[in-house]
Write a protein that binds this ligand. Structure first.
Ligand code: PEP
Ligand code: MN
Length: 332
């Protein structure tokens, strides 16, 4: 149950009410909000005098639910906005990992030439093997800041564990929480204490309910700027790296108020299918895309098989415009 409290309550009173009702308290848009378990289906009598508005929720997908807020949230990313009623599909593209200034500046120039505003690149890489490239770490993050200063691009980069979450929040324009980090509550809670936009990826073995509940940790910390990213789930199929769950995307669009992003690169795992999957995702009227591209994919230090070269990326990008327009969206 979500409760909007009356506006004139002292902070000590709110804290007492929250403790007494095992509720989470946060402030949003100058309003104090309590979130109680969804098992509570009527306003507790002791709380009633302090309630301005209450919302009975049918599961612990609460703040993210359209039953609470029927309109899609919008998220401001520096000068750009996605979600809400913008009809924007934001392309976020770049290499899996930042590897050098040369590599990242070439990528930034490609994006600028296509009028793309947002660059992705990982610095802290959550690799499956400890014997592979683990990312440039803080040095990479500093390089990304320089890319933003030089090219004016928004920067999205991922956080792997809680040791560097503050650093990433301070430097990135969007914090990416990856498929393996989705369950890390210290990351989720720290992101909840910030207002920095967060792209939360679905764990590859996670149900939609669990996925959106992970987003609830961030939302109930007081950060409304969360977008959900479908990046492929693990099924019995092993010809492709993962299975892109576009049926799940339909669910998220229908029942949640959060912008939805699709990452076909990690789902497919091989460059051949990515343009088709990307067009399919854009045809669903999504809010954003996360795509890997690299100047020399065969030399990439991570995810080499799935990164598009610049020609492949450019060709695909041009093919997306009419698809986006056909569903009333504008690629930015
Ligand atoms: C990535 O975006 O490079 C990445 C590691 O993604 P995921 O967490 O989806 O595997
Ligand atoms: Mn990758």
């Amino acid at each position: 149950m979500i409760i909007h409290l009356k506006g004139d309550l002292a902070p000590e009173k709110i804290a007492t009410l929250a403790t007494a009702h095992e509720a989470i308290h946060f402030r949003s848009e100058d309003r104090d909000i309590l979130v109680l378990s969804s098992k509570i289906t009527s306003v507790p009598t002791a709380l009633a005098p302090y309630v301005d508005q209450s919302f009975v929720m049918s599961s612990d997908i609460q703040l993210a639910s359209k039953d609470y807020q029927s309109y899609k949230r919008n998220i401001k990313i520096r000068q750009d906005v996605l979600g809400g009623n913008t009809n924007h599909t934001m392309m976020m593209a770049g290499p899996c990992s930042i590897e050098s200034w040369e590599q990242i500046s070439q990528t930034a120039e490609l994006l600028k030439s296509l009028n793309i505003k947002t660059l992705r690149a990982g610095c802290f890489k959550p690799r499956t093997s400890p014997y592979t490239f683990q990312g440039m770490g803080e040095e990479g993050l500093k390089m990304l800041v320089k890319v933003r200063e030089t090219y004016g691009l928004n920067i999205i980069t991922e956080v792997k564990d809680s040791s560097h979450v503050d650093l990433v929040i301070d430097h990135a324009d969007i914090v990416q929480i990856g498929t393996k980090a989705m369950y890390d509550q210290s990351i989720l809670r720290k992101c909840g204490k910030s207002t920095k936009p967060v792209l939360l990826k679905r764990g590859f073995g996670t149900t939609l309910q669990e996925f959106v509940q992970a987003a609830e940790f961030i939302l109930s910390g007081g950060n409304p700027n969360v977008m959900l990213c479908e990046r492929g789930i693990r099924t019995f199929e092993n010809k492709t790296r993962f299975t892109l769950d576009l049926t799940g995307v339909a669910y998220l669009k229908e029942f949640t108020n959060l912008p939805v992003v699709v990452d076909p690169s990690h789902a497919m795992g091989y460059r051949y299918g990515i343009p088709d999957l990307t067009r399919a995702a854009v045809a669903m009227g999504i809010d954003g895309l996360l795509i890997e591209t690299h100047p020399t994919p065969e030399l990439a230090k991570s995810d080499a098989a799935q990164q598009l070269n610049f020609d492949e990326f450019t060709k695909m990008f041009h093919s997306l415009k009419p698809v986006a327009e056909a569903v009333g969206q504008k690629l930015i």
